[in-house]
Every structure is written in C-alpha cells, then in structure tokens.
Design a protein around this ligand. Sequence first.
Ligand SMILES: O=c1[nH]cnc2c1ncn2[C@H]1C[C@H](O)[C@@H](COP(=O)(O)OP(=O)(O)O)O1
Length: 460
Amino acid sequence: MNRLNVRSRCYIECIVPVCENKMNLKPNLSFFCFPKDPIRSSIWIEKCGLDKNIDVSKRRYRVCARHFENHMFLNDLKNRLQPHAIPTLFIDLISNSLPSTCIDNVKNDLDNKKSNFLEHNIQDKHFGENINNFFPNTIKKKSYEPVCFVPNCKAPKDLPLYKFPLHNKQLLYIWLKRIGLSTLYDMDLYLHITICQIHFHKDCFDDKTIQLKPNAIPSLHLIDYSGPPDNCLTTSSYFENPIMSTTGDRTWGWLGSTEQFGRDAESNEFVVIPKSQLHNDKYTSSTQAAHCIIYAENEEKIFGIYNARAAVLMQLRYDGYLGFPGGLIDSGEDIINAVNREMSEEMNLNTCIHLVSYDDYVISHWSEKKKIALHFYKLKVTMPQLIEIEKRALLARDYGSEVLGTVRVPLYTLGDNYRGFPAFLEHKFIGCSRDQLLAALSSLNILTVEEINLALNTKI
Ligand SMILES: O=c1[nH]cnc2c1ncn2[C@H]1C[C@H](O)[C@@H](COP(=O)(O)OP(=O)(O)O)O1
C-alpha cells in the first residue's frame, strides 16, 4: 500500500524551472496545484515562466510553497493559499535567503543551471522563451500577444482590441470584475492585456467608429457576467446602482465548466453499474469521479441513550450540499490515485497512514443523463484515528473553499421517530451520495436493511 504513496509522491516536483524541490524529499513543503480559474491559472503560468499552452489542469503540475510570499498564505503551516495568491518568488528567493558572500556562487551556479536547463529542456514544449524570467541579468521584456484576455473568448482573432482603462480606477475595477479578474493582481499585467470588440454593446462605440466611448464597460459574452448589456453607464451610476453583484453571487466563474455534473439528480437518475461491466468503454471513456466514506466502529452511547453504531464522515460542500470527500478523476489518472489525492486535498488525510486501495471498493453508479460514472470506496479507521482525521481536516488545502466542514452522520432516531437519521436523509445530497451512504451502511453492516427502510419511510 505504501509503495503507491511513495511512488506518487516521488512523481511530484515543483514545475518552476530551476526549482529542484520534490515532494518526497520535502515532506513539510506544500506543493500547490494550479488554480482552476483560467485567468488566475494563466497568471501563474506567466509568473512561473511556462509556455502558455501547457495543460496545467494535470494534478502533477504543482508550484511549491517557496515561490509564495508569506502574506499569500492563510495559515502558518503554509499549506493553504489565499484565494488570490500568485507565485512571485523565484530567483530572488535564493539570493535573499543566503548570506551575501554566497550570492556570487549561487549566481554562477544558476548560470550553469540555466545552460544545463536549456540544454535538457529546449525540446520540452512546456518551457518556452519565458525561461529568461528566471535569470535577472538576461531578462527580456515580456511581450504579450495581442489577444482578447476574456476566458474562452470565441470571437474572431481580427476584431479590434481595447486596452484596460488604467486612467480611471473605478472603471478599471468594473472591467476587472466583469471578466472575473481579481483587483489584486499587478498593474503590469493590466498594462498589457486587452479585451476584444465582441464584449461591448454597440452603444459603447462612438457613432460609426470603432473608438470606445470613455466610460464603456464590457458586458457581452462574459463568463462572470450575465446581466443586461451595458451601454455607457457612468461609473458613479454603477456604484450607486450596481447591475452585477460584486460578491460574485449568481455567477458561475470557473465552476461553470463542471456545473452540469452538480445539477440536482432526478429520482432514479443513477443506476448501479454491475461490477462485471466496470471496464466497459461506456464508463471508462466517460467523465468519472471517485468518493470515499471514512468510518469507524463506535460503541458509544450518544447522550448515554442512543447507540452510535459507527462514526461516519460526510462533508458540507461549497454548494450547500452534503457529499463525501473525493472528486473528478483527471484524464489518464488512476482511480485509486485520484481518490487518495482528493482525500489529501479535501481532508488533509495523512496518506502515509491511511490509503484507500482497490480492495476498498464499495459500489459504482452511472447517470445516463450526465454521462458520469461515480465510484465509491471505503476507508475504515479506529475511533481515535477518526477524531484525528476530523482535526486535520481543518487544515486541508480545500477547507473553507470546496469543503465547509466535516459532519458525522447521526445513525440513531429520536423518540419522535423522525429526528436523527430520518431527518438527516432529508438534506440535499450531491450526485448519488445519498444512495452511496445507504449502500455503505447496509454492506458494512452498520444498519440493517429494515432500519434503513424504516428511516426512509418516516416523514415528520
Ligand atoms: O459524495 C459524492 N458522491 C457521489 N457523487 C458525488 C459526490 N460528490 C460529488 N459528486 C458528484 C458531483 C459531480 O457529478 C461529480 C464531481 O464532483 P466533485 O466532488 O465536486 O468534484 P471536484 O472536487 O470538483 O473534482 O461527482
């Protein structure tokens, strides 16, 4: 079991050129995945000097904590980043952390590394000309391609492009919000990026010209804005009477790309996949996700009255639904690696101690409508371990964003025959997690089929 863990840790190293940090050699250093938000991700890519075509959605591409300034972290352990965090520490990190007598040696060493690096990676499509960003002496001024910076802009490439209104802070703020860019990012970026004509209502242009009016605001074909098209509001009227919520409420952002999977399930939407058919192309070539129930036998009597039966963990998710830790399997990723990776990201599970294996398989479901296969695993721990897992979860990378809390399932029923387990089952559950919970409780002999049916048929 541990072999898998050691292998997957060996596999992960910091993607920043010339940084040699590897996960297996630096157990206390965090390695962060690229943000899911395409704009933030492109900023990370640019800051790290990577080729803009690199597919950083792969989980093995990480940036280590050494490249983030202290104020970019949410905690002292430096394993949780602020939502707006961007890597900014590269070669300077090394220079600043060394006594001045060492710096010349380091610079020489880096020059050597640079030539070695170029020699070895010149063919590697992941590292483009941005390699120069790491060598201050040879820094070239970054040239930005004249393209529209709006994520997923499908407009023809030859449309006129417009610079951000740097002269007017309020207007700039609105533009940034409209395209989902945090106002905390650097001005250097805003100086260079542009938005194309398709994002402006026709009234934003001076009559019969392609000249933007001074107070023009982008409002069309934007992922983060679906309000009515704007002509030319004055910025003061925007602030007095905002059309778009500045909190992001009722927008999707990057979550839009997986929104269809999370939509409410219809009754009978999920069918159980027979174990013998798990390897069918229909399932293996579709979107897949894997989740896991963590549980412990528990002899306790709750309040000295109710038989706890077991401690079973679920999560309150960012969307207000309940579910299990886990998530989508990346393309080419092994299902067991995926579930362990998600457990480490969402629960901060110590995978040196607890590792889900193929033997822990419980059940799989299929939604024909969403074309998604959902696989379910179990992880049995002792009660003291479960308590430790609950505590560690508070320091998980995704705690406070994707995961809002770990909850124990009440498996007893109060004297009114409703409160407790029957009431719990009336919450909103994501995907087929309610079916998974019931299947696991029965197959792990935590509750009998009769007890489950009784709870299902009890209404207030
Ligand atoms: O606990 C779950 N049980 C079954 N299906 C689930 C559970 N949690 C989410 N889902 C469904 C919902 C989506 O269809 C996919 C992926 O969702 P999620 O876990 O949010 O994936 P990421 O963390 O975004 O990778 O599974």
